[in-house]
Design a binder for this molecule. Sequence first.
Ligand code: PLP
Length: 395
Amino acid sequence: MSDYEQFETIAIRIQSPRSENREHSVPIYLTSSFVFENAEQARALFNDEITGNIYSRFSNPNNDEFVQKICAMEKAEDGIATASGMSAVFTSMAALLKSGDHILVSRSVFGSTHQILTMLFPKWNIDFTYVDINQPEKWEKAIKKNTKMIFVETPSNPALDIIDLEWLGKLAEKYNLLLNVDNCFCTPYLQTPMQYGADLVIHSATKYIDGQGRVIGGVIVGRKDLMKDIRFFARHTGPALSPFNGWILSKSLETLSIRMERHCENAYKLASFLENHPEIEKVKYPFLPSHPQYEIAKKQMKLGGGILTFIVKGGYERGKNFLNHLEMFSHSANLGDTRTIATHPSSTTHSKLSEAEKQAVGIEPGMIRISVGLEHIEDIIKEIETALNKSASLV
Ligand SMILES: Cc1ncc(COP(=O)(O)O)c(C=O)c1O
């Protein structure tokens, strides 16, 4: 654990020990293995009698620096870096669940998490139940004798529904269940689930943690005893993060607080603008009082985040046409980038869902998701206004 308390200082001042070259900024340790000083040191390292680097699938100074920062930010005891957000999701579940176990999951999790639960875990006899984030009264009833873990994303993607982490932490404690939270949308700058009793927190570092659309990466942090099993699983199955990506992600954390402040400021301004726009049916943003879980968002999130959704009048076709009239925004499947990204979930990321399934996860035909970037807010608003005007003639 670091001695630093303040987020900004943790982000900048946790650093791998300086080498004999006295570098100011940490170098990239692009090495697959590390040399032993002597046979006794090698023996002790392999027998866990001392800690140190052996092989970059197990540990590496760049990845360790990245993980130490995330642990300090999330107030977690221990952690590992992973090659992607999905390897963080999978490893955090597969390392701790066994055949016959059941997992309770918030409906509308990220698509690949859904595929793990529905297509892969059945092969190993691991069962799951989806529960609606906005119907907390159903959660307790859904717990079974063999339930071992609760897994949630809050806010959810793309519906931006929010679950009360304090309430969920108490529920998990009452039934002695592991609480595993995908904190990708918030980052530890906005929300720290461990403070409410989460046992594990995972991230797709590909999103805001990198924040500049460059690398894929992930991280799992949490209770030391759980991390022991997770580390063992990862060491022998190999979802290791590249040290180059670990270096990028650790550097990115240095500016995370500033970037998140501006993402949230821009998103709030855009959400407020859209709420009064005649071509918009509905806007959803956690820090707008019109959000159904506004009070919970205010309680557990420092700011409202960088993502908002809105429903454009004219349904599915208007949604698609609106996207075709965007010039500056990126039409891409990512989020959490300096560049504003617009997506139409109904015709792209969630197009394979039936209408009933789309309804269940809060995806309406004309819904547009905006990952609000760091361009000037006036340009962001102008871009949306122009596309709304141009697509209006097609309704
Ligand atoms: C909430 C959430 N979790 C996990 C992931 C998977 O992350 P990655 O693409 O880094 O594997 C994503 C990716 O979009 C995500 O949005």
